[in-house]
Design a binder for this molecule. Structure first.
Ligand code: SAM
Length: 245
């Protein structure tokens, strides 16, 4: 590790975290883990496509800080399922900053799951478990109605996302969707289906992500599970897309 580069990285990271009210999550150990993750991700990105964001400032803002915006909604000790974790977002930033969480990172693509498992091992994150499966298949097994919270970032439109995520939320648990744009339209279209799946909206909050020169808008949508999901959901993926709830 190049000491000067590491210190510069920590400074950049801390500035963005402080601006976004995430400062309390950033320990010295977390700074080092983010530094190692960034170097590893950029190196692996040379061999296969993990992220389109390749500059450090972009990674800090759009991957790390953005992933951590949902941390404030997660109670201590939450058992969390991240559906469609891709290159590990929000799983890895959450696992680094919130060691109290137990995170299951799920993706249908084996390469991505292997990469996330490798990152967790490299960074010594014992609170991450990985699963290679389609969410709609996974929800038919033991995972059904078992997680305190299910979340997903940049995976699908809300109607489809709800059907992929809600079956795995336990009664009284949370489905947490962070939406970047069109949140209102997506919510209006998805509301009846979300009720059918057993959830109701309990919080809607606009959150601003502050970068160096840009600000990004996010909407946090929190749904509480109030009854079990009917057994016929989730339907096969093609059916979800063809006939959204
Ligand atoms: N969450 C990551 C992020 O924010 O960077 C990755 C987003 S990427 C655009 C979407 C990911 O969802 C892909 O890795 C894809 O394999 C996964 N995915 C899409 N549909 C899925 C499904 N039905 N079950 C499991 N994974 C799925």
């Amino acid at each position: 590790m190049e000491r000067e580069d590491f210190l510069l990285f920590c400074e950049e990271l801390r500035a963005v975290f402080l601006k976004n009210d995430l400062g309390e999550l950033l320990t010295p150990a977390a700074c080092e883990q983010f530094y190692r993750l960034t170097a590893h991700m950029l190196e692996e990105n040379e061999h296969y496509n993990l992220t389109a964001i390749k500059d450090r400032a972009g990674i800090i803002l759009r991957h790390y800080a953005d992933s951590l915006l949902c941390a404030r909604y997660l109670a201590p000790g939450t058992r969390l399922l991240d559906v469609g974790c891709g290159a590990g977002f929000p799983t890895l930033p959450l696992a680094i900053c919130r060691p109290d969480l137990q995170i299951t990172a799920l993706d249908a693509t084996e390469k991505r799951v292997r990469y996330v498992a490798g990152c967790a091992e490299l960074l010594g994150l014992s609170n991450v478990e990985t699963v290679c499966a389609r969410a709609e298949e996974y929800a038919k097994g033991q995972a059904r109605e078992s997680f305190d919270c299910v979340t997903a970032r940049a995976v699908a439109e809300l109607r489809t996302l709800a059907e992929l995520c809600i079956p795995c939320v336990r009664n009284g648990g949370l489905f947490l969707a962070m939406k970047a744009k069109n949140a209102e339209e997506e919510l209006a279209a998805a509301a009846p289906g979300i009720g059918t799946l057993g959830c109701r909206l309990t919080k809607k909050e606009n959150v601003t992500l502050y970068g160096g020169e840009e600000t990004l808008s996010r909407t946090a949508l929190l749904f509480t599970k109030i009854k079990n999901t009917p057994e016929n959901y989730p339907r096969p993926y093609a059916r979800m897309l063809k006939k959204p709830l």
